[in-house]
Write a protein that binds this ligand. Structure first.
Ligand code: IDP
Length: 136
């Protein structure tokens, strides 16, 4: 079942020089392809549309500030069960709870600065792909 998913390497991943490491892990999964990739500083409008479900939560404003604090790398990845697969590669939201071997588990400590976003299902993948890469 070939799918497409939206991945964001967050500003902490770019600042810490982990882009190559993380993309390398994605590239090494058999049969997955990077269809689009761009270094992009995310604007408020895009971030509000992307993280709107969290509006009103205590972590929302700091999350917005962090996500706009520097360039991110946004990617579209295509391949077999790539939505579930990328969530597995990323690990759970809290990097301390994430298993070693996952991206968050290997490199993260702070919940907000957890390095990577990956769409959490088919519906959100479709919405996020349209938001970040409308022409694709
Ligand atoms: P996900 O990125 O694992 O899908 P979500 O619950 O959708 O997790 O949260 C979006 C992002 O908001 C997280 O990746 C993380 O950066 C941040 N976040 C979520 N929960 C918290 C929290 O309790 N404290 C601080 N930041 C949080």
């Amino acid at each position: 079942m070939s799918q497409r998913t939206l991945v964001i390497l967050k500003p902490d991943a770019v600042r810490r020089g982990l882009v190559g490491e993380i993309i390398g892990r994605i590239e090494r999964k058999a049969g997955w392809t990077i269809l689009a990739m761009e270094l992009r500083t995310l604007d408020e409008e895009t971030l509000e549309a992307h993280y709107g479900e969290h509006k009103g939560k205590v972590f929302y404003e700091p999350l917005m500030g962090f996500m706009a604090s520097g360039p991110s790398v946004v990617l579209v990845v295509e391949g077999e069960r790539v939505i579930e697969g990328l969530r597995q590669l990323a690990g759970p939201t809290d990097p301390i709870a994430a298993a070693p071997g996952s991206i968050r588990g290997d490199f993260g400590t702070i919940v907000r600065e957890n390095l990577i976003h990956a769409s959490d299902g088919e519906e959100s993948a479709e919405r996020e792909l349209k938001l970040f890469f409308p022409g694709l």
